[in-house]
Design a protein around this ligand. Structure first.
Ligand SMILES: *[C@@H]1O[C@H](CO)[C@@H](O)[C@H](O)[C@H]1NC(C)=O
Ligand SMILES: [Mn+2]
Length: 463
């Protein structure tokens, strides 16, 4: 039931041990409350300031969003086209030196970044338009191999998996990065993500979270939002189950194909430790042996990233357990063959709710989708979460299907993998398509698309 899609290794000699005070400390957020509070107060002042400038001689667009250029930090007149839609200033990088100017700071995983919390904070201070919202800012990172897929429909499938992530990010205002080169020649397949995530942390000091999502995973609830508040005292979030780690000792106790990681020093240290159980380590083979002797259900000999993560939690519980949130309440990612049979009933349940609630059928701008997602929640109270639930599964993960290579696990027929992916992709895409006025009537047939009929009530306001 498991895809040999993950791999890893571990290196005792290269292992970085932390001081015991560090180990005992609770996870610390990359940004301190005080700093954000000051940032908030600062923006409050700016808000007042920008309102007063609105009423002065030069008329501006009637936006209530704080425009970063109203900061005047660059001493220039406000320029609208330079601003991101969330009020950040994309045209301002002051001459003061930051970690980017420090030759000691390296993007590669071979050299650890030190004092990252301070470096990140200083960059933010020099780029104040990014302070508001910094604590919730997420960058989704994903990717695939540099070469064309061996599976004749592999590239088409990867395009659709990527489109799905782009759709999700557009709806929720997240940035997304797709990488398709190996950033370290030895860190291949399931290890390739670690160098990418580290590089993304350095490339995005404005983001609090980097969210790795495998190329073979897709969002199947386009409205659901990560409950970031729940993770505020943790630095890593993965789908997983403590009992499986500490009692069953299974390498599938968690799934490393989707994870959130806080952009902070703890994570830099953690990724260094994690990567050093991989092919860059001189003890790579040894880590494979250790994993296999610890997790009896692991069938292949090479150290893999997922077993490595389980091993860290298992072996150094005090150090990692408090920092790594094992999300088991909803499908942070979910196993496709368990989820696939539920799409039809879920579709029917949601339609049934929508037939009774006009607000949920109301046409709306895609940008305000989160409002309708929040409206829907009250009708999903009985839906449950995860297995046996009729809530749309958040992320469906085609573990073992290998859409690009086509070398799917022999326990599935190719047909169940490809058919399953098409159905999941269409199930998700229907949620997007309706915001553009269309719907697929048959989840397995994209030629079944037709315009959604106009569905406004003739008997009163939105129900
Ligand atoms: C779908 O719903 C029907 C009718 O309620 C039920 O009998 C069936 O077991 C459900 N299928 C799944 C996969 O949950
Ligand atoms: Mn995967």
């Amino acid at each position: 039931m498991v895809s040999p899609e993950l791999s890893s290794h571990y290196n005792n000699s290269n292992h970085h041990y932390y001081s015991s005070s560090m180990a005992k400390r609770k996870a610390f957020p990359g940004l301190t409350d005080g700093f954000l509070f000051l940032g908030g107060a600062f923006f409050g002042l700016l808000l007042v300031w920008s309102f007063s400038s609105l009423s002065s001689s030069t008329p501006r667009f009637g936006s209530t969003v704080v425009q970063s250029d109203s900061l005047g930090v660059d001493g220039k007149k406000p320029v609208f086209p330079g601003c991101g839609s969330d009020g950040v200033n994309l045209r301002y990088d002051p001459p003061e030196e930051t970690f980017y100017d420090d030759p000691e700071v390296s993007y590669t995983i071979e050299k650890k970044v030190e004092d990252w919390d301070r470096k990140r904070r200083e960059w933010l201070k020099l780029h104040p338009s990014f302070i508001a919202g910094a604590r919730e800012r997420v960058v989704l990172v994903t990717g695939s191999q540099p070469k064309p897929c061996k599976n004749p429909i592999g590239d088409h499938l990867l395009l659709r998996f990527f489109k799905n992530k782009v759709d999700y990010c557009r709806i929720h205002g997240y940035d997304i990065f797709y990488n398709n080169v190996l950033l370290h020649p030895k860190m291949k397949s399931y290890w390739a993500k670690i160098p990418v995530v580290k590089a993304a942390m350095l490339a995005h000091p404005e983001a609090e979270w980097i969210w790795w999502v495998d190329s073979d995973a897709l969002f199947t609830d386009m409205e659901f939002k990560l409950p970031l508040e729940r993770y505020k005292n943790h630095n890593v979030v993965v789908h997983g189950w403590p009992k499986m780690i500490y009692e069953k000792k299974s390498w599938t106790s968690l799934n490393a194909g989707v994870f959130l990681i806080r952009n902070c020093q703890w994570s830099m240290d953690f990724m260094d430790t994690w990567a050093n159980m991989g092919p860059i380590s001189s003890d790579y083979a040894k880590w494979g042996d250790i994993q296999r002797s610890t997790f009896k259900d692991k069938l292949f000999p090479e150290s893999d990233d997922q077993s490595a993560l389980v091993y860290l939690l298992y072996k150094e519980r005090e150090k990692y357990y408090d920092n790594i949130y094992l999300e088991g309440e909803f499908y942070f990612e979910g196993y496709w063959s368990e989820i696939l049979p539920t799409y039809d009933n879920i579709t029917e349940k949601y339609s049934e709710i929508e037939r009774g609630v006009r607000t949920l059928r109301r046409r709306h701008g895609e940008k305000v989708s989160e409002f309708y997602g929040a409206q829907r929640e009250q009708y999903l109270k009985d839906a449950g979460n995860g297995r046996w639930s009729w809530r749309r599964p958040f992320v469906t993960h085609f573990t073992g299907c290998q859409p690009c290579s086509g070398d799917h696990n022999q326990m599935y027929s190719g047909q169940s993998c490809w058919g399953g992916m098409v159905k999941a992709l269409n199930f998700a895409d229907n949620q997007v398509l309706r915001k553009y006025g269309f719907i697929r009537h048959d989840l397995l047939d994209s030629s079944s698309v037709s315009p959604l009929p106009f569905d406004y009530p003739d008997d009163g306001p939105w129900g």
